[in-house]
Design a protein around this ligand. Structure first.
Ligand code: FES
Ligand SMILES: [Fe+2]
Length: 433
């Protein structure tokens, strides 16, 4: 349980809030690159940390991210013309480049130097392996770009990001990813014989152990695996401020998942995955662009960022829960992306009142993660302390792991190398679904 003050501090992301300021120190995914497919194409509305922005790809292919309101008198730059290395406001023609410089002011006297004095607050962007990232923080020069494996692999080995909009606060969604216990229920099938995709574990009382790290934390959820005394350690990473890496279930895939706050009440999930062994095929790319096809796919988006990657099965139709399917799957919603998780995390309400909860032993990592974020936001607010993984781009070069170990063997020692991207050892994985 949290006090209502800490709950507010944890969840709110607007400029000037403690957590909003912490988040702004990090590079964040903001759009799949395919949303800005061509130079000089149509701009896109973006909403991020409660700010309304406009993204565009200029003539040279560079991505710009500007406030939606033109610095002149506030008309929406979404209606602007993307032409010759800048976005020209349609109201009076002022033109802005990707760095926020005003490069043309065609309604002022020719001799005027006013355009050199006006600037838009442009956020720097990087377009890496299919994902556009941005930095919205206070520094003149952005911190180093995080060296996640999915960002440093050759582009042909990286899948397009799997996208899902979620109608709730980002912390609720993130909590779901570091809460191993729920896989035995919300993702489970009732019988191992069922053909439905679902988990089936005999031991549904995992023991959690959290290992604090300099970038966040990782934890093992330990379950009895068989009668020979083996235990399954499902080891998940949490990387500040909102990245997770789920225990590996494939010997070739590395991943990072981000829960990016559009504002206090909406977040956008990016599931970013790459292969260590081969390029991604065209067929695989095609499939991942419509991951929810079997349950209605996405609703057609309007220009509103809160309609993009929004599934047809959603909170307004109870995620199309099927009571017949519930005879095989606990939830009666198929295991597609994080759709099942959403039925749990969105129905808590936009921002769950954590003064009302009752936490058990299996919530150990959720408790740790919240405390880590709250402490970091307070340290920044009170002492100006910036978390170390803002400065060191290599701290995110870690992997989740999954391992079968005898009782009493330390998962921390046994998976020490497997949890590092660059230790030169294979991915530690166990098939579990
Ligand atoms: S409001 Fe944009 S140029 Fe006037
Ligand atoms: Fe889940």
């Amino acid at each position: 349980m949290l006090s209502s003050e800490d709950n507010e501090l944890l969840c709110r992301v607007g400029r000037g809030t403690p957590m909003g300021e912490l988040l702004r120190h990090y590079w964040m995914p903001c759009l799949p690159s395919t949303e800005l497919p061509v130079p000089d194409g149509p701009p896109k509305k973006v909403r991020l940390l409660g700010e309304n922005l406009v993204a565009f790809r200029d003539t040279q292919g560079r991505v710009g991210l500007l406030p939606a309101n033109c610095p002149h008198r506030g008309a929406s730059l979404f209606f602007g013309r993307n032409e010759e290395c800048g976005l020209r406001c349609s109201y009076h023609g002022w033109k802005w480049d990707v760095t926020g410089r005003c490069v043309d002011m065609p309604n002022e006297p020719e001799e005027s130097t006013f355009k050199d004095k006006v600037r838009a607050r442009a956020y720097p962007c990087r377009d890496v392996n299919g994902v556009i990232w941005t930095y919205m923080g206070p520094r003149e020069t952005a911190p180093p770009f995080p060296a996640f494996e999915i960002s440093t692999l050759p582009a042909e080995q990286v899948y397009p990001p799997l996208m899902m909009l979620e109608e709730c606060n980002w912390v609720q969604a993130l909590e779901g990813d570091i809460d191993s216990s729920h896989i035995d229920f919300v993702h489970a099938k009732l019988s191992p014989e069922s053909k439905q995709r679902g988990t089936y574990n005999l031991d549904r009382r995992p023991r959690l152990e959290v290992l604090p790290t300099d970038y966040g934390a990782c934890y093992s959820a330990r379950r009895r695996w068989d009668t020979d005394g083996l235990y399954w350690h499902r080891i998940t990473q949490f990387i500040m401020p909102f990245f997770s890496m789920i225990a590996a279930s494939d010997p070739h895939i590395v991943s990072a998942r981000a829960w990016v706050p559009l504002d206090d009440n909406y977040n956008l999930q990016f599931v970013m995955r790459g292969r260590l062994d081969r390029p991604v095929t065209e067929e695989e790319r095609r499939q991942i662009r419509n991951p929810f096809a079997a349950w209605g796919g996405y609703v057609e988006a309007t220009s509103d960022p809160r309609s993009r990657f929004y599934t047809a099965a959603n909170i307004h139709n109870d995620f199309k829960q099927d009571r017949e399917l519930q005879k095989e799957l606990i939830l009666g919603i198929p295991f597609l992306g994080n759709l099942q998780d959403r039925a749990m995390t969105e129905t808590m309400g936009p921002i769950y009142d954590r003064t009302q909860e009752h936490l058990g032993t299996t919530d150990a990592m959720v408790i740790f993660m919240r405390r880590r974020l709250i402490d970091a936001a307070k340290a920044l607010r009170d002492e100006g302390a910036v978390p170390v993984n803002v400065e060191d781009p290599n701290l995110c070069r870690v992997r989740p792991a999954s391992a079968l170990l005898p009782e009493g063997e330390s998962w921390i020692t046994a998976t020490e190398k497997a949890r590092q991207s660059d230790a030169g050892v294979p991915i530690a994985w166990v098939p579990f679904v």
